[in-house]
Write a protein that binds this ligand. Structure first.
Ligand SMILES: Cc1ncc(C[n+]2csc(CCOP(=O)(O)OP(=O)(O)O)c2C)c(N)n1
Ligand SMILES: [Mg+2]
Length: 355
């Protein structure tokens, strides 16, 4: 009989700030690791802010903004080892940067260019998943496979609050629990699924409560506190490696940016709430923590930021230097025996594209 821990009610926090809670320390994180975490957050923030500009300049296509989600992505990724697998949604499109993927690869993905596809085994990073929650069973299956092979690796799957209403989420969560797969189900609860608010998504008091139904523990953390995210994910990873099966982590934040570059949230969101939440944005909160601890100072912060800007400048240059993709690729690999119409369809496409 699975032992069910009650899901944590309060949001776990490590970074204290304006409300006088006081900073805590995370065991095992030295100065170097703390700065690496900051470097990762700045790289993601810079990727995101530059991408919105590149979109407006017509240099990348529609883009899913992740501003203020960096703490969840960097905190969780740093709790993993390189051999552990990451299954991202479109909201974590640039998480590969934290595994050494060059920015031009992710930028190419958003340009719809084949240079944006990678071999998942090169980074232990699955393809970016756009259909909501369909990657949860994939991640559960991979994690189960690692267990069957007696390997050390675990897997983490990122998805949103809206994804918890999808069949694939339930199937994947149950499958992982029943097989005791070493999986972390990481929910970025930004309280919106495009224009659907959380209260229209679920009657559950918290999303972490859903874990109980599958017989797995559920943790709730402040999603803008990178150290709390790191600590909760590391506990889930330890549990996975010890053979205790999956954990559901609910990281609570608030979406302060549009869903994507094609969205105008002014039609449905309370702008005052957005402005309030922006004051607690995750990179600034962590920067404050590091400065209070005497680990970060102006010069170092500036050099970390300019390194990230330089990486993005080089990245967009490399992405734009790629030769145009061959439209024929759209027709390859879809069928073993392509329908007869494919030949004329491709000719027509080449004619339209002027090639
Ligand atoms: C199966 C499926 N249904 C609908 C959509 C359209 N869609 C794209 S994003 C989105 C909202 C998802 O919200 P959430 O899971 O909270 O993730 P967030 O975008 O907030 O990170 C929807 C419904 C989709 N991509 N896939
Ligand atoms: Mg959401």
């Amino acid at each position: 009989m699975a032992q069910v821990l009650p899901a944590e009610r309060d949001l776990r926090r490590v970074i204290g700030d304006a409300d006088g809670v006081g900073d805590r320390e995370v065991e095992g994180l030295g100065e170097q690791e703390l700065l690496d975490l900051f470097r990762s957050m700045v790289l993601l923030r810079t990727y995101d802010e530059r991408s919105v500009v590149y979109h407006r300049q017509g240099r990348i296509g529609t883009y899913a903004i992740f501003w203020n989600h960096e703490a969840m992505q960097a905190g969780a990724a740093h709790a993993l080892e390189d051999g552990d697998w990451i299954f991202p949604s479109y909201r974590e499109s640039a998480i590969g940067l934290l595994r050494g993927m060059p920015p031009e690869t992710v930028l190419s993905w958003w340009r719809g260019h084949p240079a944006g596809w990678w071999n998942p085994e090169d980074y232990n990073l699955a393809s970016i998943c756009v259909p909501i929650a369909t990657h949860v069973p994939h991640a559960a299956g991979l994690a189960w496979g690692k267990k069957l092979k007696g390997e050390r690796a675990c897997a983490i799957v990122f998805f949103g609050d809206g994804a918890t209403s999808e069949g694939s989420f339930h199937e994947g969560a149950n499958f992982a629990a029943v097989t005791r797969a070493p999986l972390i189900l990481f929910c970025n609860n930004n309280q919106w699924a495009i224009s659907t608010p959380l209260e229209a998504q679920t009657r559950a008091e918290t999303l972490a409560d859903k874990a109980v139904g599958y017989g797995m523990p559920g943790a709730r953390v402040d999603g803008t506190d990178v150290l709390a995210v790191y600590e909760a994910t590391r506990e889930a990873v330890d549990r996975a490696r010890s053979g205790d099966g999956p954990t559901f982590v609910e990281a609570v934040t608030y979406r302060t940016a549009p869903h994507a570059t094609a969205d105008d949230p002014r039609a449905y969101i309370d702008q005052e709430r957005v402005e309030e939440e922006k004051k607690r944005e995750c990179v600034g909160r962590y920067e404050g923590y590091l400065r209070r601890a005497g680990i970060l100072h102006d010069e170092l912060a500036a050099s970390i930021r300019s390194e990230a800007v330089e990486a993005m400048r080089a990245g967009i240059g490399a992405a734009e230097a790629e030769p145009p993709a061959d439209p024929g690729l759209l027709f390859e690999h879809a069928y073993v025996d392509p329908p007869a119409s494919f030949g004329s369809d491709l000719d027509e496409l080449r004619r339209i594209l002027g090639g």
